[in-house]
Design a protein around this ligand. Sequence first.
Ligand SMILES: CC(C)(COP(=O)(O)OP(=O)(O)OC[C@H]1O[C@@H](n2cnc3c(N)ncnc32)[C@H](O)[C@@H]1OP(=O)(O)O)[C@@H](O)C(=O)NCCC(=O)NCCS
Length: 153
Amino acid sequence: MMPKPLSKTTTALHQGLPPGLMPTLRMMPMPSDANIHGDVFGGWIMSQVDIAGAIPAARRANGRVATIAVNSFLFKHPVFVGDLLSFYAEVVRVGNTSITVNVEVYAERNRLEAETVKVTEATLTYVATSEDRKPRQIPPLKSLTTPAADTAY
Ligand SMILES: CC(C)(COP(=O)(O)OP(=O)(O)OC[C@H]1O[C@@H](n2cnc3c(N)ncnc32)[C@H](O)[C@@H]1OP(=O)(O)O)[C@@H](O)C(=O)NCCC(=O)NCCS
């Protein structure tokens, strides 16, 4: 028997998200994350972006990392309470002790009407740190057995 096609609503829901990619993180801002107009605070978005970016960075570093720099941050469109946010984080550069990650954030809003908006783009740099919080060398890619071994970096 042929599988039933997804309903129109379910199919449309994901039309605007990057195809073939799994979000690193998904979050929905609550009223406490917004101002009185219902716009979500930039600082709340920044902290979620930092968390999302740290996930591939820590995998690639095979251990703890600390954020050393927010290289760029663009709040291109507002985020509203109830938006379903998808964070896509990708390692774009690996240095001696540092890892740079791009994070793109998409909001699905008015979800039954399938409106998807790319709201934020950022680049952050993380430093691999040792137990005593000092910078440590990034291990060679081929030594990794974690999911970071899938990356080009
Ligand atoms: C992270 C920390 C241990 C790094 O120590 P440090 O002595 O400052 O490090 P260094 O100057 O040797 O730089 C480490 C790496 O960061 C990079 N770096 C430094 N400043 C940078 C900047 N402004 N932008 C991008 N990369 C930067 C360096 O190029 C180096 O990378 P490389 O080894 O790949 O070439 C230290 O800065 C620290 O503890 N910072 C506070 C971290 C923190 O609390 N973050 C928030 C919570 S996670």
